[in-house]
Design a binder for this molecule. Structure first.
Ligand SMILES: [Zn+2]
Length: 391
């Protein structure tokens, strides 16, 4: 018996990627079906379904599921689910595909056939309803709200059979671990209490400190980075991986940390997104998710600790995976060490903090980054990257 947390909603993972042999046959058949072009977010969701990260979903949500998820964070079955996973198509295309028919799901950017959907329902949604519940705002400037507003007119629900994981397995050979694979790695190491650290950035000392607090109280930490589509100005995954690798190699006890990546596209839904990050990590076999300040937030739409508080609002049994809540971390010149707002009694003026924008500017200009803020091995990699950009 595995000592790891069970997958969400049951005792087995449900990856929707068909086995190789079937896949080849189905790909041939899919080529003759009507095609639904998908946004990058929808394509990323198909891959998340394919790898089993969205267990136990079997496809894109119908209206009852969508509504329950928005309003009460519950699927129609009553199972906890915090964010709608939906597919949309324009009116004309939706009209041309009947309920009960199959359609091919196509990556709108590359044209690759990613899967087949068996259409069970077509419906329209109230976008403001989704936005106000899930994103807690209807401000069109919020990047998650903007994506909901840009969605095509009709939502298409149905069971999905996935036929591809896109570029991920090849492009990120050393990082792309499916939930069944991360579970196998943890089990082999004898881990049962595993903390996931979600990141879309290189890790500086404040992040290192978060991860080390987690190492102290668990069997190990799973540094899990976002490989899905980035915002402009974000550092590419290859550079991030190298920088995080340099930090792990030089500053962690060997064997206490595993670095991996997964294909999610950020929705920036703050508290609700923290919940789905935890749910997904339960599928990957993690008992905890590190939730620091402003987890998965954007701008100032959410309070700095809203993403921690929302875990206290769930009903018992909603999620097995728990939040490991940690206060703001920083280097304090008076404590003369890493500290958190919970452990350091000194003022902000003693904290060494550099904003992302400021960092970029300093690195581009060749200015030194203080070792209290970032490890020199990490800075070196980032400096090379920015030097390459300015050429
Ligand atoms: Zn202090």
């Amino acid at each position: 018996m595995s000592k790891l947390v069970p997958p969400h909603g049951g005792d087995s993972l449900k990856p929707l990627l068909l086995p190789e042999v079937e896949r080849r046959e189905e790909l041939k058949r899919a080529a003759s079906l009507k095609k639904i072009p998908m946004t990058s977010r929808e394509t990323s969701d198909v891959i998340m379904l394919a790898m089993g990260a969205y267990t136990p979903l079997d496809g894109f949500m119908n209206k009852a599921d969508w509504k329950g998820v928005c309003a009460d964070m519950k699927l129609a079955s009553g199972l906890f689910w915090p964010i709608p996973i939906t597919l949309s198509a324009d009116q004309k295309l939706a009209d041309s595909i009947g309920v009960g028919e199959e359609a091919a799901l196509v990556d709108g950017e590359t044209g690759e056939i990613m899967g087949i959907i068996e259409v069970s329902e077509k419906y329209t949604i109230d976008r403001d309803f989704e936005n106000s519940h899930v994103y807690r705002t209807t401000d069109p400037k919020h990047p998650g709200v903007a994506k909901v507003n840009e969605q095509a007119a009709v939502n298409i629900a149905g069971r999905v059979r996935a036929l591809s994981e896109g570029v991920y397995p090849e492009k990120y050979k050393d990082l792309y671990l499916r939930p069944a694979e991360s579970r196998a790695v943890f089990a082999e190491k004898g881990w049962s209490k595993v903390a996931a650290f979600q990141t879309r950035n290189p890790m500086h000392r404040s992040h290192e400190h978060l991860a080390k607090i987690a190492v102290e109280v668990t069997d190990g930490v799973f540094i899990h980075q976002v490989l899905g589509k980035l915002k402009e100005g974000d550092i590419p995954a290859e550079v991030r991986t190298e920088a995080i690798g340099a930090m792990i190699d030089n500053y962690f006890v060997p064997g206490t940390v595993i670095q991996a990546g997964y294909p999610i596209e950020m929705r920036y839904a703050g508290p609700r997104e923290a919940l789905i990050h935890a749910l997904i990590r339960q599928n990957f076999g993690c008992s905890h998710l590190i939730v620091g300040r402003d987890h998965a937030g954007v701008g100032d739409y959410y309070g700095p600790f809203d993403a921690q508080h929302i875990f206290d609002e769930l009903w018992p049994g909603a999620l097995v995976t728990q939040a490991l809540k940690i206060d703001i971390t920083f280097f304090c010149t008076k404590c003369y060490g890493m500290a958190t707002a919970k452990t350091c009694p000194h003022g902000k003026e003693h904290q060494i903090n550099i904003s992302g924008t400021k960092q970029r500017e300093m690195l581009s200009k060749g200015e030194p980054i203080p070792p209290e803020f970032s490890r020199p091995e990490v800075v070196e990699i980032l400096r090379k990257y920015y030097a390459g950009l300015s050429k």
